[in-house]
Design a protein around this ligand. Sequence first.
Ligand SMILES: Cc1cc2nc3c(=O)[nH]c(=O)nc-3n(C[C@H](O)[C@H](O)[C@H](O)COP(=O)(O)O)c2cc1C
Length: 448
Amino acid sequence: MTDKQLILGMGLIDGYGGLHGAWRAPHVDPGAYADVDATVRHARAAERGKFTFLFTPDFPAVRGDVEHSTISNLMDPLIQLSAVARETTNIGFVATGSTTFQEPFNTARQFKALDVLSHGRAGWNAVTTSDPAVAANYGRPVADRDERYRRAHEAIRIVQALWGSWQQDAWVKDQEANRFIDPSKLRPINLKGRYLASRGPLAIPPSEQGQPVVFTAGGPSPHLLSIAGRYASGFIAEVWTIEEARAQRELVRNAAREAGRDPDEIKYIPGIITTVAPTVRDGLDRRLKHAGDVIEARLPHLGAMLGIRIRPDRYDEPLTPEQLASAHASPRDPRSSNTLAVARQGWSPRDVLAHGVIDFHPTVVGPGQLHADHLQEWFEAGAADGFWVTPDIYEDGVDAFVDEVVPILQRRGIYPTEYPGTTLRANLGVPHQYGLDPRITETASAVG
Ligand SMILES: Cc1cc2nc3c(=O)[nH]c(=O)nc-3n(C[C@H](O)[C@H](O)[C@H](O)COP(=O)(O)O)c2cc1C
């Protein structure tokens, strides 16, 4: 039993779930992408499980094989989350917004409006989008990393300054005195950088949490750490092993320390995909039923990943002792050590892949206890402050997680039984902030 409790967010990556083929499951409405009622249903299920936030990635473009897979995005995260806010009470919304392609004035305005209308539940995942398809939609080339990050510093500072430009006691609302606002308390920010500028003020009052909470996402490059350390209260990660996560979390915490903040002010949140089922076998069968074709197509890669030859007529037989003896984890692929560990449990190549070993996050398949053990192990090893969970199929996978995993975490004393508060800040356990953080001084890469 420990005092510290883990945080859960739910990845809303599209209308369907984290499993390839989720959209084709018979119990799923294939039109859920455009059905806000489906998004509301999934959000309410997560809220029943006391999830702190919904996380929406954003790549505004048509990408990938949309003939057979989904458009892996919400239509427009902020607009859909505004609708979800009306149907929920406590769950927060960490929506991704690009520092590369969005004007900071628009970002400041839209996120703060969501924050006010949701009574203090909004967060901004500030990312330096580098996807060529997104760049093409904005009619610009992908700028180099240095430029994208210099711009990101400027964008975040302008956004935060705009959020604080309506002073907290500016809104007088005195009908008898005929005084709506004290105009001296709406202050221009007059920020001008190399790429971006804004005069302000922003015409939006404070929310119950003051202003949205800033997150960022990505790998631990020095560029991203300089953003995370200065501005972020949450770091959304993609990481496959406990060791890698621990090292990354330390880098993120150190970056906050170096910026003059308390490292506990930034929550390190890796991703996980979940298939909750009565047994591991049932979970593998569920995944094979809905994603069997994708798994079949990946089978030839498994041998290469483990450095062995696997004959196609042996895809449904456990690896032989000789194969296991010569198999080795590739140092170049962080997923291969787990892949080898699963193969050593005696599963066939098809079942090894059905474990999700080469999916885009660590995947847990099986009864609730296995999921709770995974989360607890990472949490107690200092590899995570919480997780963003993407259930395999939202339609029944969120409820399964909430009914089968959450109660175990609660009984173990590592997960709250009630929301600590009503705002995203309170539920994350991060400090109040209004406007710019006075501890973060301008740097050569920030707004002058
Ligand atoms: C877990 C995770 C989620 C991300 N979500 C988004 C996203 O929604 N939109 C986006 O444009 N980039 C997203 N990114 C990409 C990064 O923010 C960043 O733009 C990318 O890694 C390239 O950055 P770099 O120039 O530092 O390499 C995500 C990265 C990770 C690891």
